[in-house]
Design a protein around this ligand. Structure first.
Ligand SMILES: *Cc1c(COP(=O)(O)O)cnc(C)c1O
Length: 359
C-alpha cells in the first residue's frame, strides 16, 4: 500500500511514473533491454535523452540561448562547480543568505573565491527573504547567488530579482517545475533532482551559453559546463536511468497540463495547510506570510512535548516523514508536485483531529 510521503527529499514521485517504470524495467519498448543496460550512445537511449531534454525545455520554455545539462553530484557539488565555472578572472562573488542551503553554498564557495554575503535573514532566524533594495551588491562580483526555495526553512522567493550586469545564479532544487518561471530572468538555474524531478544524484543545470568558457583551469572536465555543453552532457557516461525517470516525470507534468495547471494545484495544496495554521493557536507557521514556500511547509506544535505523539499518530494514518529537519526541529510537510491533494487533505484532517483531542 502507498503512503502519503511528506519527505523533503528524496521525495514522492507520481504513482503512474513508478508503474510505467516497473512495466518497462526489463524490456523497454521491445528493445529486449532495461534502460539501465543500454549504451548511452545507442539510438534507444539517445531517443530517451533527446525527448527528456526537449520536454524539460518545453515545460520551462527554455530558449536556445541556454544550455541544458544533466550532470551528477547533486546541488552540493554545484556549490563548488559554480565558482569554478563562473569566476573567470574575477575573485569575488555575492551571496544572499536565506537559510541552511544558502549557508552551505556560501561555505563551499569560500574555498574558491572571496564571498560577500550581500543580504541575510539570519537576524530573524531565516524566516523571510530580504528585499532586493537591501542587497549590498558588488559591481565586480563574478555572479550573485540565491536559493529561491529554502527547503529546510520553508522560505520561497515569490518575486524575481531585477537583472543587473552581474549574472544571477539560482539554486531551485526544491521548487523547480512547481510554478511558472521566466528562465530569461536568470543566468544559471540548477538543482538536484530528488525533490521534484526524480532520483537523487541527477543534477540539472540551465546556463546561458554566453557564460560558458569562464571555467578555472582546475575545473574537472566532467564538471566543466562548456565541455559538457559541447558533448551533450556526455563527456562521461551520464546517469542514464535517472535521466529516463526524469523524462517520465516530465511527460507526466505535460499530461497534467504543464506548469500552469501544476502551479494552480500547488497553490491550492499550500493554502489548505497555511489557512489552517493561521486559524489556530495550537500550531504555528514561523515564516513571514509573503515568503512562505508552497513546497516545504514547516510548522510547530505550540506544546512541543506532544511532538512524538503527533508523529506516531500521523504514522498510523499513513502520513510519513513529517518530522522537521534536525537542524531546526518542529515539523515540516513537503508537498511537491507529486503529492496528491488528497494527501494534504488527509493531513489537515489529522491536524484538526489531533488538536481536538489534545488542545
Ligand atoms: C536538497 C537540496 C540541496 C542538496 O542537494 P544534494 O543532491 O544533496 O546535493 C541543495 N539545495 C537545496 C535548496 C536543496 O533542497
Amino acid at each position: 500500500m502507498r503512503v502519503f510521503n511528506f519527505s523533503a527529499g528524496p521525495a514522492v514521485l507520481p504513482e503512474s511514473v513508478l508503474r510505467r517504470a516497473a512495466n518497462e524495467m526489463q524490456d523497454w519498448h521491445g528493445s529486449g533491454m532495461s534502460v539501465m543496460e543500454m549504451s548511452h550512445r545507442g539510438k534507444e537511449f539517445i531517443s530517451i535523452f533527446e525527448k527528456t531534454e526537449a520536454d524539460f525545455r518545453q515545460l520551462l520554455n527554455i530558449s536556445s540561448d541556454y544550455s541544458v545539462l544533466f550532470l551528477q553530484g547533486g546541488a552540493l557539488a554545484m556549490n563548488a562547480l559554480i565558482p569554478m565555472n563562473l569566476l573567470g578572472d574575477k575573485t569575488t562573488a555575492d551571496y544572499v543568505n536565506t537559510g541552511e542551503w544558502s549557508k552551505k553554498s556560501i561555505q563551499e564557495a569560500k574555498k574558491y573565491c572571496t564571498v560577500n554575503v550581500v543580504a541575510s535573514s539570519e537576524d530573524q532566524g531565516f524566516t523571510y527573504v530580504p528585499a532586493q533594495a537591501d542587497w549590498k551588491l558588488n559591481r565586480n562580483a563574478a555572479y550573485v547567488h540565491i536559493c529561491t526555495n529554502e527547503t529546510i526553512g520553508g522560505v520561497e522567493y515569490q518575486w524575481v530579482p531585477d537583472k543587473s550586469d552581474v549574472p544571477l545564479v539560482a539554486d531551485m532544487s526544491s521548487h523547480i517545475l512547481s510554478r511558472e518561471i521566466d528562465v530569461s530572468s536568470y543566468d544559471v538555474i540548477y538543482g538536484g533532482a530528488q525533490k521534484n524531478i526524480g532520483p537523487a544524484g541527477l543534477t540539472f543545470c540551465i546556463v546561458r551559453k554566453d557564460l560558458l568558457g569562464r571555467a578555472l583551469d582546475i575545473t574537472p572536465t566532467v564538471f566543466n559546463w562548456k565541455e559538457q555543453t559541447e558533448h551533450n552532457s556526455m563527456v562521461n557516461t551520464p546517469p542514464t536511468y535517472s535521466i529516463y525517470i526524469a523524462g517520465l516525470v516530465f511527460e507526466w507534468l505535460i499530461e497534467q497540463g504543464g506548469l500552469v495547471q501544476i502551479e494552480k494545484m500547488n497553490i491550492a495544496k499550500a493554502n489548505l495547510l497555511y489557512e489552517y495554521f493561521d486559524s489556530t493557536q495550537f500550531y504555528h507557521s514561523p515564516v513571514h506570510k509573503a515568503d512562505r514556500s508552497r513546497m516545504n511547509v514547516p510548522f510547530w506544535l505550540q506544546d512541543e512535548a506532544l511532538n512524538e505523539k503527533f508523529l506516531s499518530g500521523a504514522q498510523q494514518r499513513g502520513l510519513l516523514q513529517l518530522k522537521g529537519h534536525r537542524s531546526v526541529g518542529g515539523m515540516r510537510a513537503s508537498i511537491y508536485n507529486a503529492m496528491p491533494i488528497e494527501g494534504v487533505r488527509t493531513l489537515v484532517d489529522y491536524l484538526k483531529e489531533f488538536e481536538r483531542s489534545h488542545g
